[in-house]
Design a binder for this molecule. Sequence first.
Ligand SMILES: Nc1ncnc2c1ncn2[C@@H]1O[C@H](COP(=O)(O)OP(=O)(O)OP(=O)(O)O)[C@@H](O)[C@H]1O
Length: 251
Amino acid sequence: MTSYALQTRNLVKKFGGFIATNDVTLNVEAGARHALIGPNGAGKTTLINLLTGFLEPTSGEVILNGDTVTHLAQHQRVKRGLARTFQINRLFADLTVLESVTMAVNERIGIGARFWRPVGAYAEAVDEAASLLSTLRLLDLAHEKTRNLAYGKQRLIEIALALAMKPGVLLLDEPAAGVPTSESRELFETIAALPRDVTILLIEHDMDLVFRFADCISVLVSGALLTGGTPDEIANNPKVKEVYLGEAISV
Ligand SMILES: Nc1ncnc2c1ncn2[C@@H]1O[C@H](COP(=O)(O)OP(=O)(O)OP(=O)(O)O)[C@@H](O)[C@H]1O
């Protein structure tokens, strides 16, 4: 039986009279690399904000690992394994890469804010952070200040910070936004190599990267789901081609 990590049922979000999310029923399979695409203003960010709890839906449900979380606060969803990255850079420029990720691990295990903390626990957090950096191929940059890194690497550190929450589901909001093409392919190769026990839902404008990375694609148009399928099915769908008229969609 297929198991779903993240689902929505008939999700609706209205801003005044404007329907930004229109009856969206989305199923993200456990372990999937699922991309959400659609033209500007299609409602991708609004949908992500509904999933994380940043926005309350007008109606409908959000379901995480089979449990309804529609009315849970953002931090409660994080605790249940839903983490996200943002389009904007939220790193502390003066911390090193290792310090930044260790801080995030500490936050998860609840010793971040304590004045006194057991040395052993701190060492374990550093080990865990180093292991995350290794997964993301950042270990050789561990002692660099984040401000000195190339932008593509900074985006990877943001992913490391999200992964420090030990999420089952990771929402990536345009991880390649602003990253030069020379770096974006490596960024996506690293994301693609993440362990499959993390389900990934990705918003991305660069079709080339989407078709390289995703095993499932959902297409959002004017707030509603137009269609969903494998990259092949989406690339050959005439309705999708119409929406992206003039843009090259090829596998
Ligand atoms: N807080 C808000 N109040 C009113 N309208 C909003 C609000 N947030 C989003 N919208 C509108 O909802 C629609 C969807 O916006 P959204 O940012 O979700 O689209 P998107 O697909 O993420 O676009 P892009 O690809 O350009 O980032 C847009 O028309 C936007 O103007």
